[in-house]
Design a protein around this ligand. Structure first.
Ligand code: SF4
Length: 430
């Protein structure tokens, strides 16, 4: 037992070179993150100030039927607004009043800016400030950017959480709290909470939580453990409030989850024996859950095009625990702080890219013809038409993939398209 649980994961033998690309990009914008954020923060409403395109994006990304009443909406800018002929602030305030009339129990209203509202410079922060004053503290109104100008879709969550940090009350040196940062499906949050409790860690909070009424206090006694890799700006805002960022890989796969929990346990001086005893069963269960898919994934080549900012941790998991061979790993933005514990775990021989130059990236994929390419939705069809198998990276945002109990499901997400390909090939011989 001393064996696996006591040892730390091994590091690569050489430094990674990162090639920076700048060119045409094909990614979703930050509005997309509203789809998982509105499910997570259950007493909040997201009001996008944008165009019909923004409204369509949200509607189709969420797959919402017209009969349902989701906790997000778009205040659509008309030609008059865009031409500067109407008072946009007044229009936005009118829509806010409608939302509040229908939902008087809202605790937080997010005003989300988009490309068009930023281009015509609608001052949502000012509107948010005015509404807060009007509500005399009963409603929290927060403005943040969801625009697609030079951003990718997971940055919507980073922007949202970063703008919530000033709402957190000041903590003390003594509070000794672990703050898990990054939205997680409730089922994963519950599993993590159980494991932390078994480790004897009771003062654990999640950000964002399911309710937005109260926030964890933040200060020098707060230790931050990121559950999602794309939250660099939120992490910096928390550090600026005095919190300490714990260094850890992300909880993807058996190994990643173990190292993630170990970082928390070490920081709170949890005895090795208790850590091993607590983690043994879930870790071994996670390893067993990988066995089936591993046979299908082993020695298969995989390329990641830049999209979700999960690319590096996923490549690490697939290479180390499933035996896949990542050829190219591209990420929209490389943040050395949030990737500090991940890049050293990537195997040798990977081409790592930051940014995107779409045509060049597609040419590389067509030339190297990996068994599987993880990419954005818009790129998948053209690649499939070339006989290449693809996996939509956005699917990974809508599935519970973190933690020991999800390790097998995570591997399965990559095995499925390969299995489908094998079936099609068999079918074509019949
Ligand atoms: S925010 Fe920008 S990129 Fe996103 S849907 Fe609206 S116009 Fe398109």
């Amino acid at each position: 037992m001393e064996s696996v649980l006591a040892s730390d994961v091994g590091a690569r033998s050489s430094e990674l070179d990162i090639t920076v690309e700048r060119g045409q990009r094909a990614v979703f914008c930050g509005l997309t993150s509203i789809v998982w954020l509105h499910r997570k923060i259950q007493d909040a409403f997201f009001l996008v100030v944008g165009s019909r395109t923004c409204a369509h994006l949200l509607q189709s990304a969420a797959g919402v039927m017209i009969f349902s009443e989701p906790r997000f909406a778009t205040a659509v800018l008309e030609d008059r607004d865009l031409a500067g002929m109407a008072d946009c602030a007044e229009e936005v305030e009118r829509v806010i009043a409608q939302v509040l009339a229908r939902r008087p129990n809202l605790k937080t209203l997010f005003l989300v800016s988009s490309c068009p509202s930023e281009v015509i410079k609608i001052d949502l922060e000012n509107i948010a400030r005015r509404y807060r004053e009007k509500s005399q503290g009963s409603l929290r109104v927060i403005a943040y950017s969801g625009s697609g100008i030079e951003t990718t879709f997971t940055q919507g969550e980073d922007s949202c959480l970063q703008n919530l940090v000033p709402e957190m009350p000041a903590g003390t040196d003594e509070q000794n709290q672990l703050l898990i940062v990054g939205s997680l499906p409730d089922i994963v949050e519950d599993q993590f909470m159980r494991l932390f409790a078994e480790l004897g860690l009771e003062n654990v909070a999640f950000f964002p939580g399911r309710r937005s009424e109260t926030f964890a206090a933040i200060g020098p006694g707060t230790r931050v453990l990121l559950a999602q890799p794309y939250l660099g700006e939120t992490a910096r805002a928390l550090i600026a409030r005095g919190a300490t960022l714990l260094k850890a890989p992300y909880p993807l796969g058996a190994e990643g989850s173990l190292a993630w929990f170990r970082a928390a346990a070490k920081s709170f001086n949890i005895a090795d024996s208790l850590f091993d005893e607590t983690m043994r069963a879930p870790y071994e269960r996670a390893q067993r859950s990988l066995e089936g898919c591993k046979r299908e994934l082993e020695h298969r080549r995989i390329a990641f095009l830049p999209d979700s900012q999960l690319e590096i941790p996923l490549a690490r998991f697939l290479a180390r625990e499933c035996g896949m061979i990542p050829t190219e790993v591209s990420t929209p933005f490389y943040d050395a702080m949030t990737m500090a514990e991940e890049t050293p775990l990537l195997p040798d021989g990977i081409d790592l890219f930051e940014g995107q130059d779409l045509d060049a990236a597609l040419d590389r994929v067509k030339l190297s013809r990996p068994d599987l390419t993880v990419c954005g939705l818009g790129i998948a069809n053209p690649l499939e038409a070339e006989g290449l198998r693809t996996k939509w990276s956005i699917e990974l945002m809508f599935s519970p993939i973190q933690g020991f109990d999800q390790a097998g499901d995570l591997a399965e997400l990559f095995a499925r398209p390969l299995r489908r390909k094998a079936r099609l090939e068999v079918g074509s011989w019949n």
